[in-house]
Write a protein that binds this ligand. Structure first.
Ligand code: SF4
Length: 466
């Protein structure tokens, strides 16, 4: 159970020496409890206290790693029921199932689609991570052949699906070093599957009918030396599967039931034959509380909403959503494309991207990381829109210089929102080589403004070239 700030404070040296960068030990304790500082920042914590704190801070849901090295993907490691209590840590893994009864063409097409379906949003790459290889044929030769095909063309982390230990052993023989998730141990094959998981140091799914049997099975696997377990409560109907997800999370967090303190895997692909319905089921399990969801297929229109939902749920609610500071090229902007200066709030990012896409005008969007509300914000429905933030011209000037815009464009025109019109003179004084143009105050009106500005800039180029 995580310690409170006061409980942590009691274990600290209480010298207020400030070497951790904070003014007092109590400030350090509070920051540590809120996960805002690392314990290692205090050099005076004894080994005994370190161990005590590490044990106390271990998350109730154990973390499980699938894949190795740079391709390691972590699930679990959660410590709260609700995101607003703290935050969710490790995003639900999205898996596409391939079966060894599919024909080669179908497999190839799915693998190509799996590799292509990736999206960049706010500086993050969003994509599915896992391929589940299902031994539906019950033939170890076909299972191994499919695994070999997959590892030749994809770097996805693998889930190997078979309840036959001999087939699983054959599958592991060709990919164990990539640390796949073995799926699954049941009450019938638990000993053999546990042996394989221990031998290859791979995580193992415990699959049982109902939570009581599942708890017993995971205890058996732990006793056999399996270190990383993923839980599959076995039911394949929405109502029961949804309830099981909640019961498992509650059992781990509120009742500290060790045998259920593991991440879960869910199978929308085994609950319906309709991809749209599967996607809805997957969305439900991402919200509550699956470590992995396995779908039969991904199409852009089914995957994208799941990726966006996941990104929103696993963002830190105590931190406003921001895009990384920097310059973003939307479309294929040339050296006379408009340049827009704005804050890095997520809503501003979305609104400006949308406006540029709707207007079909390639632009450079420069997002400055700021902490004050409202300043340089273009989102009219921003929660902070009635507050007025502070504008620090020196910071903006430093940011504009850091962007090295002169290496990207030949004009010297920067667009700011009409909400910041009062800062135009201040900015022009600080950036004398740039003309500051005040654009509309609402992002939605940029779709009319941007094509006109782009045309104006092109005219300027013609005049300069004439
Ligand atoms: Fe206290 Fe350690 Fe920070 Fe010093 S470094 S103020 S002892 S928490």
């Amino acid at each position: 159970m995580a310690l409170s700030g006061m409980e942590i404070f009691k274990l600290l040296p209480k010298t207020n020496c400030r070497e951790c960068g904070l003014p007092t030990c109590i400030a350090f304790a509070m920051s540590l409890a809120a996960d805002k500082i690392e314990l290692s920042a205090c050099p005076y914590v004894s080994d005994e206290v370190k161990e005590k704190l590490a044990q106390a801070e271990a998350p109730p849901i154990a973390p499980v790693t699938i894949g190795s090295g740079d391709h390691a993907f972590k699930i679990g490691g959660e410590s709260v029921m609700f995101r607003h209590d703290k935050r969710f840590n490790n995003p639900t893994g999205l898996a596409m199932r391939l079966t060894d009864t599919m024909d080669a063409g179908d497999v190839k097409e799915r693998l190509m689609r799996f590799g292509k379906l990736r999206y960049r949003r706010m500086g993050s790459l969003l994509r599915p991570e896992l391929l589940a290889i299902d031994n539906q044929s019950k033939d170890s030769g076909k299972f191994v052949a499919l695994i070999e095909t997959v590892i030749q063309v994809s770097e996805a982390r693998l889930i190997l699906m078979s309840e036959d230990p001999e087939v699983m052993a054959a599958g592991l023989a060709c990919c164990a070093e990539s640390k796949p998730l073995i799926c699954a141990a049941t009450t019938d094959n638990a000993d053999s599957m546990a042996e394989l998981a221990v031998k290859h140091a791979c995580p193992l799914v415990a699959k049982a009918k109902g939570l009581a049997e599942l708890g017993e099975l995971s205890g058996r696997l732990t006793d056999a030396g399996v270190k990383e377990i993923v839980l599959d409560p076995g039911v394949r109907t929405l109502k029961e599967a949804f309830a099981d997800q909640i019961h498992i999370r509650r059992a781990a967090i509120h009742q500290a039931i060790g045998t259920l303190s593991y991440p879960t895997i869910t199978f929308p692909c085994e609950m319906t034959n309709d991809l749209s319905m599967e996607t809805l089921l997957a969305a439900t399990f991402i919200a509550k509380y699956a470590g992995i969801v396995v779908l039969s297929d991904f199409q852009g229109e089914s995957l994208y909403p799941l990726l966006m939902e996941r990104m929103a749920l696993f963002s830190d609610p105590q931190e406003p959503m921001m895009t990384p500071e920097g310059v973003y090229a939307i479309g294929e902007p040339d050296r006379y494309a408009p340049v827009i200066l704005a804050s890095s709030w997520a809503l501003t990012y979305y609104n400006l991207c949308l406006a540029a896409e709707v207007s079909r005008t390639p632009v450079f969007l420069c997002f400055e990381r700021i902490t004050e509300p409202d300043v340089m914000c273009w989102c009219h429905h921003c929660l902070h829109s009635t507050q007025k933030g502070k504008f620090v011209a020196e910071n903006t000037v430093r940011f504009v210089k850091k962007c090295k815009l002169e290496e990207r464009v030949d004009h010297r025109t920067l667009v700011i929102s009409a909400r910041n019109a009062e800062f135009k003179a201040q900015l022009e004084n600080a950036l004398p080589e740039w003309e500051i143009v005040v654009g509309p105050g609402e992002a939605v009106h940029l779709s009319g403004f941007l094509p006109e500005l782009a045309e104006e800039l092109r005219e300027k180029r013609k005049l300069l070239q004439a």
